[in-house]
Design a protein around this ligand. Sequence first.
Ligand code: 3PY
Ligand code: ZN
Length: 637
Amino acid sequence: PFLMNVLDDPQFIAGDVATDFIDARPDLLVGNRSQDRGTKALTYLADTTVNKPNGDRVDGIDPRVKLPRFPGDKSEQPERSPFDGPAPGVTPPEGWRQVLLQKGPEGFAAHLRSTDAVAVTDTTFRDAHQSLLATRVRTRDLLAAAPAMAHTLPGLFSMEVWGGATYDVALRFLGEDPWKRLELLRAELPNIPLQMLLRGRNTVGYTPYPAEVTDAFVAEAAATGIDIFRIFDALNDVSQMAPAIAAVRKTGTAVAEVALCYTGNLLDPAEDLYTLDYYLELAGRIVDAGAHILAIKDMAGLLRPAAAGKLVRALRERFEVPVHLHTHDTAGGQLATIMAAVEAGVDAVDVAVASMAGTTSQVSMSALVAALAHTDRDTGIDLDAAAGMEPYWEAVRTMYAPFESGLSGPTGRVYRHEIPGGQLSNLRQQAIALGLGERFEAIEDMYTAANAMLGRLVKVTPSSKVVGDLALQLVGMGVDPAEFEANPRAFDIPESVIQFLSGELGDPPGGWPEPFRSKALEGRTVKPRVESLSDEDQAGLEADSATRRSTLNRLLFPGPTRDFEANRASYGDVSVLGTRDYLYGLRPGAEHVISLGKGVRLLVTLQAISEPDEKGLRNVMCTLNGQMRQIVVRDRS
Ligand code: 3PY
Ligand code: ZN
């Protein structure tokens, strides 16, 4: 039977076989020709147990026991998996989603604008874990919390659950289909509008795509479950957002929330670029481009209270659209900013469950709800319900400990370096990888210098990556920024910096940094901004939903999509595995109950792992539903 596995393998059939094929694919040597789901899951678990990609397993309580209960709740039934879908006959109270379904996007926005209660968006399912845990929270742990959110917090204006880095990370690191996540969350959250972060023409990637890609992406996301698209452009270039805005409006059902990205400090008299007038003029163009809602996207947490008051008041005086404030609590003071915005009339604000809030994440939901309780802008959210979600997330967070950013408290240094929340946690990890973990200040300073060199950019994905790549390069080379700026051609320049200087991301608000730009581009051929699609890609985008999704995955993230597909072929759908099992593998001697969904339950016990042979292969002995199984794993540790 082993030989049959080998002969059936697509890679083998395709002739894409190096001499070490069998070494690289020991999973084929498992004695079950059909490569059943159980064997695939076991192969994954054996590999993870041997190679420990995330370090040693630390056991603890199942976070689900910490979830608040609600009438009709079935989550305590041991045979239920988060993937089983909503319990039949248990419907959560109606909420803002019903307002959207009844009134349509324009009516929904008007309703928001006329509501006194501050509308509350929860970001725990996207930005909070992107900013605190490197976006690693798995569908399983989101899905488990979704029914409790729908039933205990039905008054939420929206939940941000998708977009940003979640799409990339699902394919690249989690072996998950991002579309499936959205589909499953939609089913559990029928009463709360689902929101995503869309990077304008870059959709959920790092470079611009043709308008057909944006169109197909938005249509498919809306059909799968997104109600509110928060659209931004990293350089506040409205022309770069226009195709996405048009695509959202074309759905007829989804809301186009368009962001102005905030940077600097508009109260500073020395500020000559990012002034109140700059934001008002930008907002005018955003409204003209068709925004239903205007968002202030303060990705680094630089918006100070008095500036927030001034900006929100001016925006609401000048425009009829509602204003939605997004900020990161990096320096620790953003509840004050939100309160000032509330005072100035802001319509909606973003927060996260408290145990996933603070520092590079959003402000605590409980703190906001408590601050506004019994005022004329009371959120209407039940404080006990907001706090009721905290123990679950506290317990979930411990499972993802290896992905914590290492930022244990707020930092005022952000006012100088202006690194966005999501990137700050990432850069700290990159600094550790470069052996600079104890000298993060050097990276912060270089980031500040790189930003100045590039023309004081709005820094958010992907412009923040351009600045970060340059900073890391300069630190890595040990080059003085002034020397680099004077003579960039004498050094290696990161590809992202060249692309940016070529205009691939659009035009920066402060104009191009000269003569640095010309010097850096001298002698280089500038690529076209956006490549066009092949006929096959075009047909894929117009096909059925499954083809459209796989075409989008491939166009947006070719490498991660190939990895995802290879992962599926070898290991099956790993998203259903418990998070500790998935991240850390099996605990010797313990019986693991592994539910693969739809009644397929495996009982797995790790019995023994052999020493590696001369090729580094180990035998992992397990019982699977009482039968002894042997998996051959290459020890890469
Ligand atoms: C993203 O683009 O992922 C962001 O969170 C930007 O703030
Ligand atoms: Zn953010």
